[in-house]
Structure formats: structure tokens, C-alpha cells
Design a protein. Structure first.
Length: 158
């Protein structure tokens, strides 16, 4: 057996790492799908339609999950993997998330006392050598980006 067959491209170690990642992704998908299926059965018993809000609330019971509903999809992160739940409640689990996680803050900025116009300032920061590519508004409202020279902090007015 050659060294290349052990550590090279498509070697034993790489295949084992791929198999471990696929197993982890499958387990995450199964956990999320099981939560949704149990919720669906509960909703069916009382004749209630399953909503994205109900799914989000149920998924928040999982320890360490981060969930956001945007329109008809749910995006999130669980066990260092990104995931999406589409319009038909299909669960798609992405590859493992690597590197530093960004932090963010939203600051309310109003232009007058009665708040006829409300502005939000989003501040995102990363540590290390990472860079922030962009900060986007959900509904593609007007976004004014204010960038510092380091590309490690971005200020966005929405």
C-alpha cells in the first residue's frame, strides 16, 4: 500500500473524513426532520396548519441551534453546520462551517422624535484574518455601506 493511497487525493484518510462529514450531516438532517414530523403530527391532531413560526419555535428547543425565518424559508446553524428548510419543509444541511464567526449589532437611529423615519445601523465584526464580504438587507431596502480600511468591520445603514 503506497503513502499516496493513504493520504493522497481520494486516499483512505480523505475518504474517512468525507464519510464522517456525511454521517454528521445526515444525523443533523434526521434530528431536524424528526422535530418537524413530530410537530406536524401534533398539529394534525388539532387540525392546525403547520407554519414556519411553529417550526422555528420547535427547533429552538434544540440546544445550540440558531434559527431565522426569512419569507418562506428557514435558515440556521446547528452543530457547526448551516441548514435551510425550504417552502415544502425539505431540510438541506450544508457542509461544516469553518473559521471565526462574525458578530453583529443593530443600533436604532431615528431622525426625529416621533420616528416618522426609522434607520437601523448594522455593525458586523470578525476577528483574525477573516473579512466581511457584505451585509445585506432582507428585503433589499436601501443599504448604505460604510467600510473601514481593515475589511474586518462593516457598518451598514438600512
Amino acid at each position: 500500500m503506497s503513502l499516496n493511497s493513504i493520504v493522497g487525493q481520494d486516499g483512505i484518510i480523505e475518504k474517512a473524513e468525507k464519510a464522517a462529514d456525511e454521517t454528521e450531516r445526515s444525523q443533523i438532517k434526521e434530528e431536524i426532520e424528526l422535530k418537524i414530523a413530530n410537530l406536524q403530527m401534533e398539529q394534525d391532531k388539532v387540525g392546525k396548519e403547520l407554519s414556519k413560526e411553529d417550526i422555528e419555535n420547535t427547533l429552538n428547543e434544540l440546544e445550540g441551534i440558531d434559527v431565522d425565518t426569512i419569507g418562506n424559508t428557514i435558515d440556521g446553524e446547528y452543530k457547526n453546520h448551516s441548514f435551510e428548510i425550504d417552502e415544502e419543509n425539505n431540510v438541506i444541511v450544508g457542509k461544516k462551517i469553518e473559521g471565526e464567526k462574525p458578530t453583529g449589532t443593530v443600533i436604532l437611529r431615528t431622525t426625529d422624535e416621533i420616528a416618522l423615519e426609522v434607520k437601523l445601523q448594522v455593525v458586523g465584526e470578525v476577528k483574525g484574518t477573516a473579512k466581511i464580504e457584505s451585509i445585506e438587507a432582507i428585503d433589499k431596502e436601501k443599504v448604505e455601506e460604510i467600510e473601514d480600511e481593515s475589511n474586518r468591520t462593516k457598518f451598514t445603514n438600512v
